[in-house]
Design a protein. Structure first.
Length: 259
């Protein structure tokens, strides 16, 4: 009686890799066995599995976020691509999604994450730990995602909303900052969101770089914002004021602006 879909998924991926299916990408849905309150329950689970070659093949050309050189940057981009697949799936369900790093020991500690919807754990995903991969003689890095379907179904599907396209021009600004290595994008986004700039339509990372002139244990991030009003064309002095507030908020996180 299986308690997880992960071992079976690893077996299936290994079977495909051993037969030269380099870009293997699989999924399974089924029941597992657990104890709840002293009674046996059979919750529904889903498991996604992919060889690293399959994830890399789906990444957009020239769309790397981490432009640092070396194996670490390439591995980070591959994980980010797999995370994007999981995020796309989770956004179909209602609720607020958040992430942390509390995953099972068979995941790579630096390339895995756990997802919560409205505070409840719904998934864990990432690269399989190198020791587990070596023990199973996997021929390349492998990524898994385990999803709790019971918990996801409780949230229901997200209501689809439509808004008209803006008829007034948008204004974009880029900010380059150096942050300490332990400053996450979640913290950066929260600092900007707390400014409550109504005309802020988008805030996203464009590029990450480590090494070179950047001190060890730090990274450089290029951040892009987009302002737009649904009622009028924005004035330059407004954009300048909002940009200054964003710079102050990021500086408050210990960031140093690069010019």
């Amino acid at each position: 009686m299986r308690t997880s879909l992960a071992p079976g998924m690893l077996d299936m991926l290994a079977w495909n890799l051993n037969r030269d299916v380099a870009e293997a990408r699989l999924f399974e849905m089924g029941s597992v066995y657990e104890l709840s309150g002293g009674e046996r329950v059979e919750p529904r689970r889903a498991c996604l599995g992919a060889a690293s070659a399959a994830v890399v093949a789906s990444l957009p050309a020239g769309g790397a976020l981490d432009v640092s050189k070396g194996e670490h940057a390439a591995a980070a981009e591959t994980f980010r691509g797999f995370k994007g697949d999981v995020e796309n799936l989770l956004t179909a369900f209602a609720g607020d999604v958040s992430y942390d790093r509390e995953t099972a020991e068979y995941f790579h500690p630096g390339r895995s994450a756990r997802a919560r919807v409205n505070g409840a754990v719904v998934a864990q995903f990432g690269q399989i730990h190198p020791e587990v991969a070596a023990a199973r003689k996997l021929r390349q890095h492998v990524f898994l995602a385990e999803l709790d379907l019971e918990q996801l179904y409780r949230n229901g599907l997200r209501a689809v909303k439509f808004v008209p396209l803006g008829k007034y021009p948008a204004v974009e600004r880029d900010f380059s900052f150096v942050f300490a290595g332990d400053v996450s994008f979640k913290e950066v986004w929260k600092a900007v969101a707390n400014l409550k700039i109504a005309e802020l339509r988008e805030f996203r990372p464009v590029e990450i770089f480590r090494g070179g002139a950047i001190a060890p244990e730090k990274y450089s991030g290029l951040l892009r914002v987009r302002f737009q009003s649904a009622e009028r064309t924005l004035r330059e002095d407004e954009v300048t004021q909002w940009s200054g507030r964003i710079v102050a908020a990021l500086t408050g996180l210990g960031g140093v602006q690069r010019v």
